[in-house]
Design a protein around this ligand. Structure first.
Ligand code: ADP
Ligand code: ASP
Ligand code: MG
Length: 406
């Protein structure tokens, strides 16, 4: 008998029939003798709907505290519905909000980090043979305020609970049957992986692969939580996220991620003197806008162009913040492009093999795709391309690195 934490995402609980289906799946595990803690997301589309309402009524940027009260409500609905569905099947179940568990976070509304989980209540419920059904995505701060963990954050709720309970496995049950070499909705030839290392999965998730929330992978790696991505709807082994082992086959490239929601800003003709980067990026950072890639190039005339990328949702605000800075530092102009995308190839095998970058650039060149920015680390290469070429770039690189073949 094992203790298993199972997380069901938005599509898996998308309507009442699907919620009943999840209840049956949980019942099966219970009848096999396992202890189960269930974590659920809001019904698919619900969080978007709530965010939209908040933005509409604010007519501008809504108060983050109130947005968290609003957006966390989607999960309250699904924990109650699933608990009722389980009870109908005579499986004892009890719904719990993040606060009731208690999942304690910091106070960064909209992107809070889990600091501590009190497992006493959960263990008490489990010991009575009852299935706790926990609201994902939410927590509570020291002041008792409801917080949320960032979009897709229910994965992190599940892994954090699994870590706190020392569960035997954390299953992320979703609408695909595992982690693929790239998003199977973009490339039909994508192949399911039996295993992927924490390190590679963390890169893929951070670089835009929506299948797992980046922080969930971080948690799983840090606390050694056996983590599996699998289908809610069909049986199968899924993909195990695992530590690197010597006898594991290490392909050059394990996966390709894409992120559509990017934008870039260039401050051009900047005097090349100390302090410029901090003058440009300071106000952006102070506004809590996350800067991703940064490129600076000095020309022969002693002037430099400073380019960086931000999330598309932060693009307008970043441009506005930089208007006065451009004047202040005597830059020639500022311009930007919010129709760009980032494509990244990831693989631990890159460490020991040269030539991956050249192959990547040659492949994109042969498709006539212009590379606007490049960033590399030990196990990844990311390029920024025009958004309209993103899909082509992913497909071409997928073929170039033979990812469709086992
Ligand atoms: P959930 O609502 O269950 O959390 P998500 O939509 O957040 O599900 O994540 C699952 C989706 O992630 C899949 O439907 C798929 O389109 C997408 N995805 C992106 N990259 C990958 C990948 N490498 N492998 C599998 N799925 C991926
Ligand atoms: N419901 C939240 C979202 O849509 C959290 C999650 O699904 O993981 O982002
Ligand atoms: Mg998700």
């Amino acid at each position: 008998m094992a203790l298993i934490v199972q997380k069901y995402g938005g599509t898996s609980v998308g309507d009442l029939d699907r919620i009943s289906g999840v209840a049956q799946r949980v019942q099966r595990y219970r009848s096999e003798g396992h202890d189960v803690v269930v974590v659920v997301s809001a019904m698919s589309g619900e969080t978007n709907r709530l965010v939209g309402m908040g933005q509409e009524i604010a007519g501008g940027t809504p108060d983050p505290r109130e947005m968290d009260v609003l957006t966390s409500s989607g999960e309250q609905v699904t924990i109650a519905l699933l608990s009722i569905a389980l009870q109908r099947l005579r499986v004892a179940a009890r719904s719990l909000l993040g606060d009731q568990v208690a999942i304690r976070t910091d106070s960064a509304f909209g992107r809070a980090r889990i600091q501590n989980i009190d497992t006493e209540r959960l263990r008490g419920i489990l010991s009575q043979g009852v299935v706790p059904v926990v609201a994902g995505f939410q927590g509570v701060d020291e002041g008792g305020n409801v917080t949320t963990l960032g979009r897709g954050g229910s994965d992190t709720s599940a892994v954090a609970l699994a870590a706190a309970l020392s569960a035997d496995e954390c299953e992320i049950c979703t609408d695909v049957d595992g982690v693929y070499t790239t998003d199977p909705r973009l490339v039909e030839a994508a192949r399911r992986l039996d295993y992927i290392t924490f390190e590679e999965m963390l890169e893929l998730a951070s670089l835009g692969s929506k299948v797992l929330h980046p922080r969930s992978v971080e948690f799983a790696g840090r606390y050694r939580v056996p983590l599996r991505v699998m289908s809610t709807f069909e049986d199968g082994p899924g993909t195990l996220i695992t530590i690197e082992s010597e006898n594991m086959e290490q392909p050059l490239v394990s996966g390709i991620a894409h992120a559509r929601d990017e934008a870039k800003i260039t401050v051009a003709g900047v005097p090349d003197i100390p302090g410029i980067a901090s003058k440009i990026l300071g106000p952006v950072g102070n506004a809590n806008i996350e800067v991703d890639m940064i490129v600076q190039n000095t020309g022969a005339d002693g002037l430099t162009d400073f380019t960086f990328t931000v999330k598309r949702q932060d693009y307008e605000q970043a441009l506005e913040l930089l208007e006065p800075v451009v004047q202040e530092i005597g830059a020639r102009e500022i311009n930007g492009d919010n129709e760009i995308a980032k494509v990244s190839i990831v693989g631990v095998g890159m460490r020991s093999h040269a030539g991956v970058a050249t192959r990547t650039f040659d492949c994109l060149a042969s498709e006539n795709i212009n590379i606007q920015m490049i960033s590399t680390s030990e196990i990844k290469i990311s390029v920024v391309v025009a958004e309209k070429y993103m899909e082509l770039a992913v497909r071409a690189l997928h073929a170039e690195f033979d990812l469709q073949d086992a």
